[in-house]
Design a protein around this ligand. Structure first.
Ligand code: KIV
Ligand code: ZN
Length: 520
């Protein structure tokens, strides 16, 4: 290996959930969402948080700036293309961070240079030098990326990396932008670059893999085995198209297979499930049940033979313990008679510190639920509190709902909404009860948003389980998703639709909701 930087076994975890992840259609996040996620990532030990692409919009700029203002330990990074305006905007957005970074990129493959950039290779080399120098004038920590590196001519890529290092880049990122590489190839690419690019020994080389062939995690690990000491990844593998390498999978692969992979991260893995669920709530993207590490079934044993083995010794079928990744066993927690103190303690155990007002509100909801549902599990509390926290400040709220459904139509819904403090009541028919509810909401608050996704799942087992409903709406190319939970599936549907509508409205006019822009 060329030098200390690559021989050192600390692998930096660079989280791009809020930048590449947010580029996933329908996964857009508000500044409030980003603040919550960033603080959780920081507490979990993520080394670098890429909070957005500041030139993309004022909302993105403000979100990155807000994240830079609250993160205590991690480096906060803003993405920029190679133009001076982009770089200045990124520099402005991250300048309040304790440890600011500008991440600038340009395409280097023949197909991208010709068709996307319409630039000659020598112009790209000039742009690399100019952009890295401009970024270095603003911050000490500059990352440079060769977009589409894995389809770039090898000698040209080496030249690009050399110029970026000479101009002052401290991290060199080699993305597999289109998810095309195989682990052996990607690993060999890192080995070659680190051994032959002048100045490579003073730089951190970084992997950034997309999952188009399902190889993003395998490729990232191959890069680490060949000298990469930063891995760019996203919670739940969120990202463009098929997504980025999943953060939780990289972290646990390095931990569980320490025998074969003698590297370490500084991630507190017990927070992985919590942050995965938080992201799923914010984006409305469900976590697939069999998702590695954080899926609901990742530690479930259904067949008799497996259950028998587990009872004898859990290492028969488990290579890590559920508690290592923050997946607790399902506990029966509380009932109708539980008091506020026990409730508060339970929430603290689940990772929630609520303000007094939030606690009163959550406790009222809990009592309400306990009246309707005999057994209340940890999952019920998580759904209930997440629901209260995410919809508390919405300007449209569901107050009351009555639905007539069944075999003998027409199905009708009567809804009472509170819109900016005013009661608005409407009734509508529909093709089924959910359609009737959504029509009634549209009648109460006319809008052009289209329903893109409607999904229901049960929070726990049993017919009295709470339903968790995800809704995604889109309007003029802007999408917003939201989730809501209730023991009544139709009430959860109405709440989820209204929550997504509130989000769309905030995107229409962010100035009307300064707290969403980080200006509060
Ligand atoms: O996939 C990619 O190439 C990127 C770069 C902007 C780093 O996301
Ligand atoms: Zn990417």
């Amino acid at each position: 290996m060329a030098a200390d930087t690559h021989a050192n076994n600390h692998v930096r975890i660079f989280d791009t959930t809020m930048r590449d992840g947010e580029q996933s259609p329908g996964a857009s996040m508000t500044a409030t969402d980003k603040l919550e996620i960033a603080q959780t990532l920081d507490a979990m030990g993520v080394d670098i948080i890429e909070a957005g692409f500041p030139i993309a919009s004022n909302g993105d700029f403000e979100a990155v700036r807000a994240v830079a203002g609250v993160v205590k330990n991690a480096v906060v990074c803003g993405l920029s293309r190679a133009g001076v305006k982009d770089i200045e905007r990124a520099g402005e957005a991250v300048k309040g961070a304790v440890r600011p970074r500008i991440h600038t990129f340009i395409s280097t493959s023949p197909i991208h240079m010709k068709h996307k950039l319409q630039m000659e290779p020598h112009q790209v080399l000039d742009a690399i030098e100019g952009s890295v120098r401009a970024a270095r004038n603003l911050v000490d920590d500059v990352e440079w990326s060769a977009e589409d590196a894995t389809r770039t001519d090898r000698d040209f890529l080496k030249r690009c990396c050399e110029i970026a290092i000479k101009a002052g880049a401290t991290t060199i990122n080699i993305p597999d932008t289109v998810g095309y590489s195989f682990p052996e190839e990607y690993g060999a690419l890192f080995k070659d670059l680190i051994e032959s690019v002048p100045g490579a020994d003073k730089s951190i080389f970084s992997a950034h893999c997309h999952n188009d062939l399902g190889l993003a995690v395998a490729n990232s690990i191959a890069a680490v085995q060949n000298g990469a000491r930063q891995v760019e990844c996203a919670i739940n593998g969120l990202g463009e198209r098929a997504g980025n390498a999943a953060l939780e999978e990289i972290v646990m692969a390095l931990r569980v297979r320490g025998d074969a992979l003698p590297y370490r991260t500084q991630i507190d893995s017990t927070k992985l499930t919590r942050v995965s669920q938080m992201l799923s709530r914010v984006t409305g993207f469900p976590v697939q049940y069999n998702k590695a590490i954080v899926g609901k079934n990742a530690f479930s044993h259904e067949s008799g033979i497996h259950q028998d083995g587990m009872l004898k010794n859990n290492q028969t079928y488990e290579i890590m313990r559920p508690e290592d990744v923050g997946q607790g066993a399902t506990h029966l927690v509380m009932g109708k008679l539980s008091g506020k103190h026990a409730f508060k303690e339970k929430l603290r155990e689940l990772g929630y510190e609520l303000s007094d007002n939030e606690l009163v509100d959550a406790f009222t909801r809990f009592k309400d639920l306990a009246d309707r549902k005999r057994h209340i599990y940890d999952e019920d509390l998580v759904a209930l509190v997440d629901d209260a926290l995410s919809h508390g400040a919405d300007s449209i709220q569901v107050k009351r709902l009555r639905v007539v459904a069944g075999t003998d139509g027409p199905q009708t819904a009567e809804i009472d909404l509170v819109i900016d403090g005013q009661d608005v009541w409407r009734t509508a028919r529909g093709n089924g009860p959910v359609d009737a509810i959504f029509n009634a909401i549209k009648a109460a608050t006319p809008h052009e948003a289209q329903l893109e996704l409607f999904q229901v799942h049960a929070v726990t087992e049993g017919t009295d389980a709470q339903a968790e409903v995800s809704v995604r709406l889109s309007e003029n190319g802007r999408a917003a998703a939201a989730r809501a939970a209730d023991a009544d599936t139709l009430v959860a549907s109405a709440k989820a639709y209204v929550a997504a509508l509130n989000r769309i409205m905030r995107k229409r006019d962010p100035r009307a909701h300064p707290q969403e822009m980080g200006a509060a």
